[in-house]
Design a protein around this ligand. Structure first.
Ligand SMILES: C[S@@+](CC[C@H](N)C(=O)[O-])C[C@H]1O[C@@H](n2cnc3c(N)ncnc32)[C@H](O)[C@@H]1O
Length: 346
């Protein structure tokens, strides 16, 4: 029977309600490095996968796991059950094979290891307005995370994973012809600077972050062979002035902080720019009507979990802050998926 347009349907409710099942199947596959192993072996039977991953469940459990991944579009399968063989799809081969530079699984690893558990306390976060991560009893999120070398590595890997596509798009779409220098403030592993330098041979870039991050950024710059045009610097952006550059970028920085600190950081960016310089925030800018960019709104709740006071924002919000700081004009450049570059011109 065909469903009438206005008839109630439980479909969306059930899909979202069980969403964590789907999410956990993918995150578990990434944590087992299933896609990396399949990239090496090309094709494997369920029995081989079971053996390689050291799974002690029934064959039926293994088939359910692999066939669900197939139904989601993350594996391809020929044959069925005992005769089935599995391979990566183009997407998982490109983005979830750890041995490729296009790997974005760092974010998924962090989702599995940290945020899956912390999001279990979303209700408590909403009831109290307090962060729900390791910093429940501490103020300094980055200081605490960066004390642990494994967490530092995981966090910078996650940042690279979530922003890789945006940085590549930004490096190619933004018109750099008027500019010579760029500083990426809170640049994490240095990926944005490396992408801008790769696609714009006249640009010189500095990636700036807290001291524990500097060796990781230096290693990225070295890996891409860009030491002549990209350098890593460190400092606390609240206690030192931002070094001068024609373009100041902040990728997912403003969303970490409350409104007052957002404006402080935009003011510091303004002060670092020459006349006609540009400040750029690369974030999941929420649509002004707050109806479309659901990822931006979920990211904003993620900031409640991670920082307590941080939040994602609309372009209208960005415009208001840019005006307070004194920028002349603004524009919005769409990047990948839910992400954009909000640009303010001095
Ligand atoms: C959410 S991450 C964003 C990383 C990267 N820009 C991106 O778009 O993926 C925030 C970054 O800001 C850096 N950061 C936080 N507080 C800082 C401070 N006071 N001074 C300098 N960097 C800071 C962190 O180390 C981290 O790399």
């Amino acid at each position: 029977m065909e469903q009438q347009p206005n008839q109630p349907s439980p479909e969306n409710i059930m899909k979202i309600g069980t969403g964590f099942w789907a999410s956990k199947i993918l995150l578990t596959a990434v944590s087992f490095q299933l896609f990396t192993r399949l990239a090496e072996m090309k094709t494997m039977s369920a029995k081989d996968i079971k053996h390689l991953l050291g799974l002690n469940c029934t064959d039926r459990n293994v088939h359910d796991f692999l066939d669900a991944l197939t139904a989601f579009g993350f594996l391809t399968r020929s044959g069925i059950l005992d005769t089935a063989t599995y391979s990566n799809t183009v997407d998982t081969d490109t983005f979830l094979d750890k041995n490729k530079p296009s790997y974005i699984g760092g974010l998924l690893e962090m989702l599995n290891n940290r945020l899956y558990g912390f999001w279990g306390n979303l209700g408590e976060g909403l009831l109290t307005g307090l962060p729900q991560n390791e910093t429940k009893n501490s103020e300094d999120f980055f200081g605490l995370i960066y004390q642990d070398p494994e967490k530092l590595k995981e966090f910078t890997g996650a940042m690279s994973g979530i922003q890789m596509g945006n940085f590549m798009a930004f490096a190619q779409k933004f018109d750099f012809t008027k500019y010579k220098t760029l500083i990426d403030v809170g640049g994490s592993a240095g990926l944005l600077s490396v992408m801008v330098a790769t696609y714009n041979p006249a640009m010189r870039c500095t990636t700036f972050d807290l001291p524990p991050v500097e060796p990781i950024a230096s290693a990225t710059i070295q890996k891409f062979g860009l030491t002549d045009r990209v350098n890593a610097a460190s400092g606390n952006f609240f206690s030192v002035p931002i070094p001068h550059a024609d373009v100041v970028v902040m990728g997912n920085i403003l969303h970490d902080w409350d409104e007052q600190n957002k404006i402080v950081l935009m003011q510091k960016a303004y002060d670092a720019l020459p006349a006609d310089g540009a400040f750029i925030a690369i974030e999941n800018i929420i649509d002004d009507e707050r109806k479309q960019n659901v990822f931006g709104m979920m990211m904003s709740l993620n900031m409640l979990i991670e920082t307590g006071t941080g939040f994602d924002y609309t372009f209208a919000d960005f415009n208001r802050w840019a005006k307070i700081v004194g920028f002349k004009s603004t524009s919005l450049l769409q990047l990948t998926g839910p992400s954009s570059a909000a640009i303010a011109y001095k």
